[in-house]
Design a protein around this ligand. Sequence first.
Ligand code: C5P
Length: 293
Amino acid sequence: MNLHLPAGDAALVTEHAAAKINLALHITGQRDDGYHLLDTLVVFTQAGDTIRAAPSDEDRFTLSGQFASILQADADNLVLRARDLIRQLRPELPPVALDLEKSLPVASGIGGGSADAAATLRALSGMLDAPLSEAELSVAALSLGADVPMCLASHPLRVRGIGESLAPVRGLPVLHMVLVNPGMAVSTPTVFGSLLEKQNAPLPELPGNVAFSDLVDWLRKTRNDLQHPASVQVPQIGQAISALDAAGAAFSRMSGSGATCFGLFPDATAAQAAARSLASRSPAWYVKATQTI
Ligand code: C5P
C-alpha cells in the first residue's frame, strides 16, 4: 500500500468492507424496470476488503491485496464512484488518497464491490466537518448499487425490495463458516436474466434467538433461488457445494448470484480444519474460514 503518508498518521481512516453472505434468498417478484424483488437473510463476516483513506495533495487511488490485479483503478471502480458521489454532495471534500486492499474474490456473490463502495462512503463522510446523515448515506448507497445499502449496515439483516428495505435481525448465533470460490466470475445480470420462476413465496418467519441447529433447520426450509441459474452458467458451483458437504459442513449453499459458496460449521475449530482440507485438495480455489460479525 502506498498512501504517501507516514505510517500511523492520525488522519488515516481505515474501514472494514465485510463480505456479505446471503444465507437464504427468495425471488418474490420483478419491478417494471426489470430489477428483481427479493427476500433475503444476510450476514457479514470478518473476512473482507479494507479501505484506507487520508487527505492528500491530490486524489490518488491504489490497489493492493490478493485480488488487486483483477481490478482496474478506473472510474468504473465502485470506490471511485463512491468518492465522486460524496464530492458531488459535499464539494468541500479535500483531495484524498484511497487504498483498496482487495482480499475478496471479484464478482463472486459476496458483495465485495458493494462493501468497498459502502466502506468508502463511510470513510469519506467521516472525514467531513458535516458528515452525511444516515438517510443521505442510504440514498447515496442505493444509487451506487442494490447491495450497497445493506453493506453500509454490516449487521444481520432481513432485506426486501431490490435491497433498499432493511430490517435488523437480532438473536442469531455467531456463525462459523468456510467460504469457497471456484475461481469463476459470474455475471449477475445473466443469472437474474435466466430466472424462470420470479414469483416465489417470501422466506418463512425466522424465530428470535435461534440456536445453531435451529437456524440450520430453518435454512433447510429456504433456498437461494439464484443457485440453479448460476450453476448452469458455472458448473463448478455444484462441485464447491459437494466439497463443503464432504468436508463436514452442517449446511452449505451459494451466496448471492455466486459463485462463492458457504458452509456452516458448529465451531471455529471445525471450520478451520475443513478449510485446511479443502485448500489442500483444491489449491486453485479461494478457501477462507471466517465468522460473522
Ligand atoms: O444493482 P447492481 O448493479 O448490483 O445490479 C446488477 C444487475 O443485476 C442489474 O443491472 C440487474 O440486471 C440485476 N439485478 C436484478 N435485481 C436485483 C439486483 C440486481 O435484476 N435486485
